[in-house]
Design a protein around this ligand. Structure first.
Ligand code: BT5
Length: 259
C-alpha cells in the first residue's frame, strides 16, 4: 500500500510489507544511522509485534495501522519520557475524532472507544535516551471476529466515516509532531505546555475505581484522582494516595459497554 499523505508529514518514511516489530527495527536503526527526528517506520504486518511486559500485539496483514516514530529528545529525564505514550494517545484520539469516533485515553498507553481498546502505544528508549521510539497500533478494518481479544475494537466495528489508513496515520503523525514540539519548547514540561491538561481532559481513567497491578506482582484498589506533573497516575486508596509510574490498570466499573 502507498502512503502519499503520510509521506508529506513524516520526516522520512520507510514502509515494509512485513517485519518482526517496527519498534525493534527502528530502535536498532537509530543507533547506527542518521534518521532524523520524526522518521517513521510502518508495516502491513508484524510477526513479533510487541506490547509492554513481553505481551504481544496482534493484527492480520493490512488490517490496521502499525507504526513507530523516532524521537531524539533534548531532555534526558525519565519523567519527560513518561509523557510520550500519553502524548501519542492524545494525537490518536484527535485523529479518530476526524473520522467520527469519540475515544478516551486509558492510562498509561491505550485508546478506548466505549471502553474497548482500539489502539495501544509502546514507547521504548535506548540506554542513554538519545533515541526514543514511540510505536502504536490502531485497529482499522478488522471485523469483531478478527480482533484478538473480546476487549478490542476497530474503526470498522465502530462505524467510522473513513477507513483510509494513510489519512489516519498522516493525521496522527501531524498531531503528535505538534504536541511534541510544544512540549520541547516548554523544556519537557507537560504542565506549561498544556499537555497534562489535555490528557486529564481526555482520560477514561480519572474518576474510575481502579485496580493497579504493579510490576512486582502486588496490587492496590482505589479511585484514580489525577495525573501528576511527571505523568504518573494518582490513586486514592483506603489508606493513602498512591503515585503510580508503571503498572497495569483495570477499570473496575466499566466492565460493560455503554452503547
Ligand atoms: C500495548 O501493550 O498496547 C502496546 C502495543 C503497541 C503496538 C505497536 S504496533 C507498532 C509498534 N511495534 C511493536 O512491536 N509494537 C508497537 P499492552 O498494554 O501491553 O497491551 C498488550 C495487550 O493488548 C495484549 O496482551 C492483548 O491483550 C491486547 N492486544 C493485542 N493485540 C491487540 C489489538 N490489535 N487490539 C487490541 N488489543 C490488542
Amino acid at each position: 500500500m502507498d502512503y502519499p499523505k503520510t509521506s508529506l508529514v513524516a520526516k522520512g518514511l520507510l514502509a515494509l510489507a512485513e517485519t518482526g516489530s517496527t519498534n525493534q527495527d527502528l530502535l536498532a536503526q537509530a543507533a547506527s544511522n542518521q534518521h532524523p527526528q520524526f522518521f517513521t517506520l510502518i508495516t502491513e504486518f508484524q510477526t513479533a509485534g510487541r506490547g509492554r511486559l513481553d505481551r504481544k500485539w496482534q493484527a492480520a496483514p493490512g488490517s490496521s495501522v502499525m507504526a513507530s516514530v523516532l524521537l531524539r529528545p533534548s531532555f534526558k529525564n525519565d519523567s519527560a519520557i513518561g509523557w510520550l505514550s500519553l502524548m501519542m494517545a492524545e494525537a490518536i484520539k484527535s485523529a479518530l475524532a476526524e473520522v467520527g469516533i469519540e475515544s478516551k485515553i486509558k492510562w498509561p498507553n491505550d485508546v478506548l472507544v466505549k471502553g474497548q481498546k482500539i489502539s495501544g502505544i509502546l514507547a521504548e528508549a535506548n540506554s542513554d535516551l538519545s533515541a526514543v521510539v514511540v510505536g502504536f497500533g490502531i485497529n482499522v478494518n478488522q471485523t469483531a471476529q478478527d480482533l484478538p481479544t473480546g476487549s478490542a475494537t476497530s474503526l470498522l466495528v465502530e462505524g467510522a466515516t473513513s477507513l483510509d489508513r494513510d489519512s489516519l496515520l498522516a493525521q496522527t503523525l501531524s498531531g503528535f509532531q505538534q504536541l511534541y514540539l510544544d512540549f520541547v519548547e516548554a523544556g519537557g514540561d507537560a504542565v506549561s505546555s498544556g499537555l497534562r491538561a489535555r490528557i486529564i481532559e481526555s482520560s477514561a481513567t480519572i474518576g474510575e475505581l481502579v485496580e493497579v497491578l504493579f510490576p512486582d506482582g502486588s496490587s492496590a484498589v482505589g479511585e484514580a484522582i489525577g495525573i501528576d506533573e511527571s505523568g504518573r497516575l494518582q490513586v486514592l486508596s483506603a489508606t493513602k494516595t498512591l503515585t503510580v509510574s508503571a503498572g497495569d490498570v483495570l477499570h473496575l466499573r466499566t466492565a460493560k459497554r455503554e452503547d
